[in-house]
Write a protein that binds this ligand. Structure first.
Ligand code: NAD
Length: 371
């Protein structure tokens, strides 16, 4: 994980936001602009939950951390004390369904290994809670559909943790790309990878559902979809995995995939667990919009080449970083009744393409994606 953390800029997001933990007792009493803040239970107290998500409730306007779920009593004790979460709001997995009886909990944020996303999202909806679930949404199209159906039946929101959609440079890239700033987009290149350390659930297919594609390649895929605003018609993929490397006994290392979109845009994408890259480029008829790095926790860098001139593009620091903005987006949707911009349908759309990518690589042929 060390390398992944370096590549994604671990810790920088919290520092950039000027955030420190230990705020929860204040947050518990606070009220959002539109009334009561939306209360979240965080499920799974691993790296992403404890280093990136929980500290960033401090920067939220509409969201507060009110409950924790973990299988490790020492973590419940440690983080419960750190964030001022009372013992009545600390749960084991065996107690998960009793979240239903806690009116302080409006939403449940699932930050577990991928193969547990569907089960806990569905149980959260059945407990009457809104659901924020980490990417990848699940490990199959069928699971994604079951999650959407469960949230719909319960009348609850379902949002997927695509934090880049709340990051200012990515938002600008979408606006510029779709607005034809460098002419109509013709080609997108997107690359995401890091050299994975052995001995973690990401390398265990029953828990991860797949290798680099599920974990990091999904950023290339999601970017290609959000930069075009289109759904691919066809995919072709080539996998390259050294099966003698013990890290890759059950999951893939590298996948290169090409997406063909209805407007004629082509996206050439890379997903890798053995090389370090994080970037994309939108290439139009008059130049290109480059983002490198594109999707880390902080430090996005944009360069634009237009009509023969290459220049950096900088934005003022945001008032809320991408983590706080993501949390507040779901809270505002809960308060207003709106649908999240990264709903379950968005997670499902990625998963449909991921299944097609795996099929294309396995069958060595193009796979059509028409509905
Ligand atoms: P992690 O290994 O650090 O944390 C996973 C947590 O799940 C651990 O606390 C572990 O104890 C718990 N857990 C519960 N049941 C488990 C089981 N049966 N087996 C293994 N662990 C179990 O992983 P992480 O890096 O925090 O990733 C968690 C999720 O968050 C993944 O879906 C990952 O894709 C996602 N994630 C998203 C981002 C992002 O930028 N959006 C970044 C990192 C991770």
């Amino acid at each position: 994980m060390g390398s992944r953390r370096e590549i994604l800029g671990i810790g920088a997001g919290m520092a950039a936001a000027g955030l420190t933990p230990g705020f929860a007792s204040r947050a518990f009493a606070a009220e959002g602009r539109n009334g009561r803040k939306i209360g979240y239970a965080v499920v799974g107290l691993g790296y992403y939950a404890t280093r990136q998500i929980m500290p960033n409730f401090a920067g939220c306007e509409h969201s507060r951390l009110v409950a924790l779920v973990s299988g490790t009593p020492a973590k419940l004790e440690q983080y419960g004390a750190q964030y001022g979460i009372p013992k009545t709001h600390r749960y084991s997995y065996a107690q998960f369904d009793s979240l239903r009886d806690n009116p302080d909990i409006d939403a449940v944020y699932i930050i577990l290994p991928n193969s547990l996303h569907a089960e806990y999202s569905i149980r959260a909806a059945q407990a009457g809670k809104h659901v924020l679930c980490e990417k990848p949404m699940a490990t199959s199209v069928a699971e994604c559909q079951a999650m959407i159906a469960a949230c719909s039946k319960a009348g609850k929101k379902l949002m997927i943790g695509y934090r880049s959609r709340f990051e200012p440079y990515n938002r600008l890239a979408i606006e510029l790309a779709r607005g034809g700033h460098v002419g109509p987009t013709r080609l997108i290149t997107a690359e995401h990878g890091f050299p994975i350390q052995p001995g973690q659930w990401r390398l265990d297919k029953p828990l991860s559902g797949g290798g680099s594609m599920m974990d990091i390649g999904i950023y290339s895929l999601n970017a290609a979809r959000y930069l075009t605003g289109e759904e691919p018609l066809e995919v072709s993929a080539v996998e390259s995995t050294d099966r003698s490397d013990p890290r890759f006994a059950t999951v893939e290392d590298r996948i290169s995939f090409v997406l063909r979109f209805p407007s004629g845009i082509q996206a050439n994408c890379i997903s890798s667990y053995s090389s370090a890259h994080n970037g994309y480029r939108v290439i139009g008829t008059q130049g290109w919009i480059g983002m490198e790095p594109a999707t880390p926790y902080a430090g996005q860098t944009m360069t634009i080449r237009k009509d023969g001139v290459t220049a950096p593009r900088t934005l003022p620091p945001p008032t809320r970083n991408q983590f706080a903005a993501q949390l507040d987006h779901l809270s505002e949707c809960v308060q207003s009744g709106a649908t999240p911009i990264v709903s379950g349908e968005e997670g499902l759309a990625d998963m449909r393409v991921i299944e097609a990518i795996y099929r294309s690589a396995a069958e060595r042929r193009h796979i059509g994606l028409t509905a």
